[in-house]
Design a binder for this molecule. Structure first.
Ligand code: ADP
Ligand code: ADP
Length: 228
């Protein structure tokens, strides 16, 4: 089964009595092993789609399947459980806790997994080594460059071994060389089998992905597909 399937998804907002479809009948399948970019101009619905894909928000109507099972009418608690176990989030602004060392930042989400502290530490070290920061694991975010901070955030997303990595403008706060390095890392992680979806307005970022899907006025069109 595909990892995620969205069927006829609508997200409506009502402002001053007018109903508006921020997502207007979205169909999207994310396969295991995909490396997909979702592109579109400002206001096209990217964040709304990311919030639905990431179980941060519920659609107004439509179906969401995860591993072939329909996820419906989920309580906030169940959505939180899906977010914590199925999805590793990567944000533009890193979202690292400034007082915690890299290794502690990476361990933090594992606290909700019921892992022992020694298992958490082992997983965090492994993830930091994978992103090339094994030597810097006891640094705090301030002592790291922007690219290194994003690598810590990627390690944090990986440490839980989630089926999906969901990245929102992961290079938006980085210079062009650092952006290429971070995209190179994401490509490697995809080559190792990680499923990755990136939301971006940057064509250079989208060019690195294997599949590109465009959103415009809440509607999706597949722009480029490559067998994974
Ligand atoms: P993007 O991320 O591509 O810039 P968004 O998903 O943030 O686009 O927004 C898509 C459309 O939905 C925009 O027209 C935006 O104004 C509207 N929108 C988003 N969130 C809300 C909200 N909470 N209430 C009303 N309208 C919203
Ligand atoms: P920005 O573009 O300002 O850097 P972010 O990438 O930080 O935005 O956040 C993008 C989206 O993810 C927002 O809709 C926000 O509500 C959501 N978000 C941010 N941080 C978290 C978090 N720790 N857990 C879940 N959702 C988050």
């Amino acid at each position: 089964a595909p990892l995620i399937r969205l069927e006829n998804i609508y997200k409506q907002y009502t402002l001053a009595g007018e109903t508006f479809n921020a997502l207007d009948g979205i169909d999207l399948t994310v396969y295991h092993g995909d490396f997909m970019a979702i592109i579109g101009p400002s206001g096209s619905g990217k964040s709304t789609l990311m919030n639905v894909l990431g179980c941060l928000d519920q659609p107004t109507s439509g179906k969401y399947f995860l591993d072939g099972k329909e996820v419906e009418e989920l309580s906030e608690g169940k959505l939180a459980a899906i977010r914590n176990t199925k999805i590793g989030f990567i944000f533009q602004s890193f979202h690292l806790l400034p007082k915690l060392r890299a290794v502690d930042n990476v361990e933090l989400p594992l606290v909700y997994r019921g892992l022992s502290s020694s298992e958490r530490r082992a997983r965090a070290k492994e993830a930091l080594t994978k992103v090339g920061l094994g030597e810097k694991m006891f640094h705090i975010p301030n002592q790291l460059s922007g690219g290194q901070q994003q690598r810590v955030a990627i390690a944090r997303a990986l440490a839980g071994i989630p089926p999906l990595l969901l990245a929102d403008e992961p290079t938006g706060a980085l210079d062009s060389k650092t952006s290429r390095d971070v995209m190179g890392l994401l490509k490697e992680l995809n080559a190792e089998g990680n499923t990755i979806v990136i939301i971006t307005h940057d064509p250079n970022v989208a060019a690195q992905a294997k599949r590109v899907v465009r959103i415009q006025d809440g509607k999706l069109t597949e722009e480029r597909t490559e067998a994974s």
